[in-house]
Design a protein around this ligand. Structure first.
Ligand SMILES: [Zn+2]
Length: 370
């Protein structure tokens, strides 16, 4: 039987948001692993409090919990068994204990939990032709990103001596109690700006336009996202730069249609070409190729050009180009043509006579996907 979330935090069901937050803050400080090293019971209580707060601080989840109890979260996502891990819990602390400033905030314990400040990610979209997708392409793209303004200097934060945390010792009836929290001067980063040039913002950064080279592998798809590490916004001080996230947008090809790694091409031939055979040049992603159409070809036939599709992104194999043969029926006829076809329509030779070996449209479709 799982404990009641309200009981874990020691509050009533009518507790306000502020009361929930306050109660959790108290429990988190009380059972923090840095204060209770090696104490499994404290760690368990610490995790339970975090879990209870995760649910009760979210109006949506709270409503579900109030109505259905723990069952509301069983079987999916949360609460089924493992609950939250420590990283989840510490990332929740930004909300509870402040932070802000440079944005880098790693909970309040010592224990090597302080993270380096990371700059924010940038997102761009890149439009690619089908040919570029099939062959892979290097793109040079102009990106507006924040960099540390030349001349900006940072120094160790005097309040926390660079640790990013401040420790407070208070005397309570239970004895001396030591609590740590993020340094409010530097926001947990351990550094503050020393000199700020006139063109720098409050963090010592400024926006510049840079050309970034992006190597796009063959086989990407519309909607995929590539990450270029370190090409997002820079962070102040010793922080590390964020990433540039490149969303792929696939441009429509005038002739070819993509389906997974296969390509489809609709080929239209005339009555005469169908009867006599023909040689036609068609577009592929690796240039034009000439294909031969046998005499007597039927409308609906699919010619498979192996390996003329899109390479798979993992490097194994290539799709095919499927050429769909469509016999074009003239929409109008002149007198002479009409007479010709009238004469031919009585000819036994023009009567449909599919051979038993010829596959129906449905069989062909089945083949294509097998
Ligand atoms: Zn500080």
């Amino acid at each position: 039987m799982k404990e009641d979330f309200y009981e874990i935090l020691g509050i009533s069901k009518n507790a306000t948001d502020a009361e929930i937050k306050k109660a959790y803050r108290k429990k988190a400080i009380e059972y923090h692993p840095d204060k209770n090293p090696g104490d499994a019971t404290a760690e368990e209580k610490f995790k339970k409090a975090a879990e209870a707060y995760e649910i009760l601080s979210d109006p949506d989840k709270k409503a579900r919990y109030d109505q259905y109890g723990h069952q509301a979260f069983e079987g999916g996502g949360f609460g089924g068994g493992g609950g939250m891990n420590m990283d989840d819990i510490f990332s929740q602390f930004g909300d509870i204990f402040g932070g802000g400033g440079f944005g880098g905030f790693g909970g309040f314990g010592g224990g090597g939990r302080q993270r380096r400040v990371k700059g924010s990610n940038l997102r761009i979209r890149v439009k690619l032709t089908l040919e570029e997708i099939a062959n892979g392409v290097d793109k040079k793209i102009k990106v507006k990103r924040k960099i540390q303004a030349p001349g900006t200097t940072y120094k160790t934060c005097g309040t926390c001596n660079g640790t990013g945390q401040v420790t407070r010792v208070t005397n309570t009836i239970l004895g001396r109690m030591q609590t740590s929290s993020a340094c409010s001067t530097c926001g947990g980063a351990g550094q503050v700006m020393d000199y700020r040039p006139s063109d720098a913002d409050g963090q010592g950064l400024k926006v510049t336009e840079e050309t970034v080279s992006i190597s796009i592998p063959a086989g990407v798809e519309d909607g995929m996202q590539l990450k270029v590490s370190g090409k997002g916004n820079e962070a102040p001080g010793d922080g590390i730069a964020g990433d540039l996230l490149v969303a792929i947008e696939e441009q429509e090809h005038p002739e070819l249609q993509r389906e997974g790694n296969n390509l489809h091409y609709d080929l239209y031939i005339s009555f005469s070409e169908a009867a006599l055979g023909a040689s036609r040049e068609i577009d592929t992603v690796s240039g034009k190729v000439r294909i031969k159409i046998e005499e007597g070809v039927q409308s609906g036939k699919i010619l498979r050009l192996r390996g003329k599709g899109i390479p798979s992104l993992n490097g194994y194999g290539k799709g095919d180009l499927l050429v769909h043969v469509n016999v074009w029926t003239p929409k109008t006829l002149n007198k002479e043509q009409r007479e010709f076809f009238e004469k031919m329509s009585k000819d036994d030779h023009f009567r449909p006579n599919p051979e038993s070996g010829e596959k129906s449209f449905f069989e062909k479709v089945k083949d294509m996907f097998s």
